[in-house]
Every structure is written in structure tokens, then in C-alpha cells.
Ligand binder design. Structure first.
Ligand code: KIV
Length: 289
């Protein structure tokens, strides 16, 4: 998919226009952490559609086409049933709808864990079909060999440690990680392993704050926190969570809007105008000249 096709915001049509800005690159993101410090934290949000990408693009450094789309878009019970087809379709839409942010696409469960070769086949398909700049995969030391295999072959990898939702069945739920000394040490060693393997950044999800701070201070690549700490090198949230699309608000989410209420009110007004025959009005109908 070409990234030179931008959607016209007034018509939603894809137009081949010159790029208004240069897209951020993987080295540019990595270099935002210099000598262990990130002056301005990296901003990342999830995006699943072209229009959503357009609206978020200029405010973000990175857009994540997360496999959370399984729950958010498809109403699935977890991220486990998400497929490569879904990630490729939504990834391509997000690349088409953005021109500034680095787009990272999640590798779905079952498409990379078996071997570095399986991961390469899946990641190269994602990159070729979407035009994204990087993939994200879950797991620490156990995925180090795969991360090295991909990065050495031109596929930038964002790693994901701590609470890894694809492992929900092994973890027994989505509770914060790192409360025991053993878990604490494991998360730190996972972060170091993915750094040594060549990941350009690492999502640190659902860990107690001291771990997020210690990891951020002990690795050279940016840590992107979610349910972690403001001391991470950047933050990511699921956009629909921060927009207030769902009733349940996990502890780590801050609601910046109440979009669910806005949509519901608009639908209620539309429904009553249709039933009262006040919509469409004269302005919305074609009259003889
Ligand atoms: O799938 C996703 O949206 C994610 C973020 C929550 C980090 O992995």
C-alpha cells in the first residue's frame, strides 16, 4: 500500500497528493532517547481506521494498529482470535490515513511464536501489505532470537513486556505484573533481552511503577508505558479507552472525553426526528429548480 495516498478529510476519498510532512522513522524514534534520557516523551495511540488515523496523526509520534482491535472493533473476548488478514486490512487503512506518525502493526497470536522463520513470513506480509514501518510482538527473553532474526533482516521490532495480553490464559487474567521479586526480576531481564536482541522500543504494560522506572533507567531503547509510569520514555493508550467509548475504565486509563454519550445522544435525536418526520428537512432534500 502506498503511503502517498492521503484521504481528503472533506470527502474521505483517497487522493494521491504530495506528502505534507516527512514521516517519522524508526531511527528518529530510537534517538529520542539519548544518553538514557528522553527530553520530550514519545506519544503513541492506537488507530484502526483511516479517519481515526487522520485525526490522531499530527498529535502523535507513533500510531499503533494494536491487536486490541479484536475487542474494540470486532467485539471478540480477547486478542487471541485476531488474524493476519485483520491486521493487514486495518494497518493499510491507518497508513493511508496518516503521513506523520510512525505506524506500528501488532503481530497477532499464533503468527510468530513458532519460529523466527514463521515470524519473518508474517511480519514481511504485514509490512508489504500495509506500508507500516515496524511490527510489535509480545514476549521478552523467549522472543529474543526472533527479534534478532527480524531486525537483522530489515524488520524493525517494537517489543512488549510485563502484562502481555496474548498470554492471558497462562497469566490467569489481566492483573498488574511484578508484585513478587521473581516477576520483578523477570520483567527487567525481559526488557534487557529484547534490547540486546535489537528491538527499537519496548511497550511496558501493567507493571508496578518501580519496575517501569527501573527498566526505563536500565535500557538504552525507549520504554512506552501503559499502566506503568509517567517516567517511561513514552506512553500509549487505546484511543477508544481515552475517548470514553466504554463503560469500564481500567485503573491505568484516563478518560479525556465521553464519546459514548455523545454518540448515544446524537442517535437518540436522529431517531426521534425520523419518527416525527422532521428529518430530512428542506435543507437536506432536493427540490425542483
Ligand atoms: O493491542 C494494543 O492495543 C496494545 C497496546 C495496549 C499496547 O498492545
Amino acid at each position: 500500500m502506498s503511503t502517498t495516498f492521503n484521504l481528503d478529510t472533506s470527502t474521505s476519498r483517497a487522493n494521491p497528493t504530495p506528502q505534507p510532512m516527512r514521516r517519522l522513522t524508526v531511527p528518529a524514534i530510537k534517538q529520542r532517547k539519548f544518553e538514557g534520557k528522553t527530553e520530550t516523551p514519545l506519544v503513541m495511540l492506537t488507530a484502526y481506521t483511516a479517519r481515526q488515523a487522520q485525526l490522531l496523526d499530527t498529535h502523535c509520534d507513533m500510531l499503533l494498529v494494536g491487536d486490541s482491535l479484536g475487542q474494540v472493533i470486532y467485539g471478540l473476548p480477547s486478542t487471541l482470535p485476531v488474524t493476519l488478514d485483520m491486521m493487514c486490512n486495518h494497518g493499510a487503512a491507518v497508513v493511508r490515513g496518516s503521513y506523520h506518525s510512525l505506524v506500528v502493526v501488532d503481530m497477532p497470536f499464533g503468527t510468530y511464536e513458532q519460529s523466527p522463520q514463521q515470524a519473518y513470513a508474517s511480519a514481511s506480509r504485514i509490512m508489504a501489505e500495509t506500508g507500516c514501518a515496524a511490527v510489535k510482538l509480545e514476549g521478552g527473553s523467549v522472543m529474543a532470537e526472533t527479534i534478532a532474526f527480524l531486525t537483522q533482516r530489515g524488520i524493525p521490532v517494537m517489543a512488549h513486556v510485563g502484562l502481555t495480553p496474548q498470554a492471558v490464559n497462562s497469566l490467569g487474567g489481566y492483573a498488574a505484573r511484578g508484585r513478587s521479586q521473581q516477576e520483578h526480576e523477570k520483567i527487567i531481564s525481559d526488557g534487557k533481552a529484547v534490547t540486546d536482541a535489537g528491538a527499537f522500543a519496548v511497550v511496558v504494560e501493567g507493571v508496578i511503577e518501580p519496575i517501569a522506572i527501573a527498566l526505563t533507567q536500565s535500557i538504552e531503547i525507549p520504554t512506552i508505558g501503559i499502566g506503568a509510569s509517567a517516567q517511561c520514555d513514552g506512553q500509549v493508550l487505546v484511543t477508544e479507552d481515552m475517548l470514553g467509548m466504554f463503560e469500564r475504565v481500567p485503573r491505568f486509563v484516563k478518560r479525556y472525553e465521553n464519546v459514548a454519550e455523545t454518540i448515544s445522544k446524537a442517535a437518540e435525536t436522529y431517531a426521534s426526528e425520523v419518527r416525527e418526520r422532521t428529518f430530512p428537512g428542506v435543507e437536506q432534500t432536493y427540490q425542483p429548480k
